[in-house]
Write a protein that binds this ligand. Structure first.
Ligand SMILES: [Zn+2]
Length: 302
């Protein structure tokens, strides 16, 4: 089956694939809340349990539950965030690879998500796609949005599932084939957005936390390297400014991972609505006809 021919009574479905619990809140949360409020069935697939995350919120350093059982604490946080956004969520069941740091970089821990062979890592997602039957799938680009090994693996399994789930000869035993119609990459770190917010803050006489980030994007170092910016153009902007408060609430629900006084909350939702009320996506593949630019991820499917 495929999602390209839809009966009028059938709801539209959106699946967003994320590496860790909290990624869904920092990338696409307002978009998902707005579609859920409009009657779209929205699901997040979370690849790993986030077991190797550190406590990022100074107020929770040493708190007993996350200190002893980070995975368990994050399951509770994830349930709260999904509730706030009005979406459903499934775990794919892999173990967090951690962000390797140091010089030389340490080896990834045995059995972690990023070390799994592609067919093993993609199988639970193919099964979920065949069960949930999404029309639209969203994930990160080749760089993972930022170069965390779990984010890059999340990208790989999403592309694999988008291409394979509709072929009944592939991934036998994981359900009836279903071909999703559209694949998007998330552009949450779109430099144009940060630039617009930066100048709006300066104009309002406020301190911008983005100056350093913008400078890093604009400049290249002595060897010609620059910050990775997605090579994929913005094709699709979703107007979801009315849901920025819900997005921020979902972020704060991931209490161990988010400093409530940090970067993400530097600009008020009201100012963001005025300057950049969108979340930005790049259409990578479509099996239905559509015209760019789009203002709806389901363009061509309604
Ligand atoms: Zn992550």
């Amino acid at each position: 089956m495929n999602g390209n021919e839809r009966t009028a009574a059938e709801p539209l479905r959106l699946l967003a694939v994320h590496a860790h619990p909290d990624d869904e809140a920092s990338k696409g949360a307002a978009m998902m809340a707005s579609y859920a409020a409009a009657g779209v069935e929205v699901m997040v697939a979370t690849c790993t349990g986030g077991e190797r995350g550190d406590i990022q919120n100074p107020a929770l350093l040493g708190a007993p539950h996350p200190s002893r059982d980070m995975g368990g604490a994050r399951r509770l946080e994830m349930a709260n965030a999904a509730n706030i956004l009005g979406i459903s969520q499934q775990w794919l069941g892999f173990t967090d690879s951690g962000l390797p740091e140091g010089d030389p970089l340490p080896e990834l821990p045995a059995n972690c998500f990023a070390l799994k062979p592609l067919e093993i890592a993609a199988a639970p997602l193919v099964r979920l796609v065949r069960r949930f039957r999404p029309h639209v799938i969203i994930s990160y680009d080749e760089n993972g949005g930022y170069p965390h090994p779990d984010h890059i693996m999340a990208h790989k399994i999403t592309v694999e599932a988008f291409n394979a789930a509709g072929d009944p000869d592939l991934y036998p035993g994981t359900g009836e084939a279903w071909e999703p119609s559209k694949l998007y990459y998330d552009l949450a770190f779109n430099p144009q957005r940060f630039r617009a917010l930066h100048f709006a803050l300066e104009e309002a006489g406020l301190t911008s936390p983005y100056a350093e980030r913008l400078a890093a994007w604009l400049e290249t170092d002595s060897e010609g390297h620059s910050m990775p910016v997605s090579k994929h153009p913005t094709t699709t902007q979703i107007d979801c400014g009315d849901y920025f408060e819900k997005r921020d609430d979902a972020l704060r629900a991931h209490a161990t991972q988010v400093d409530p006084d940090g970067f993400f909350f530097a600009v008020s939702p009201a100012m963001q609505r005025k300057v950049w009320p969108w979340e930005d996506y790049s259409l990578i593949s479509s099996r239905v006809p559509t015209a760019l630019p789009e203002s709806d991820l389901f363009a061509g499917l309604r």
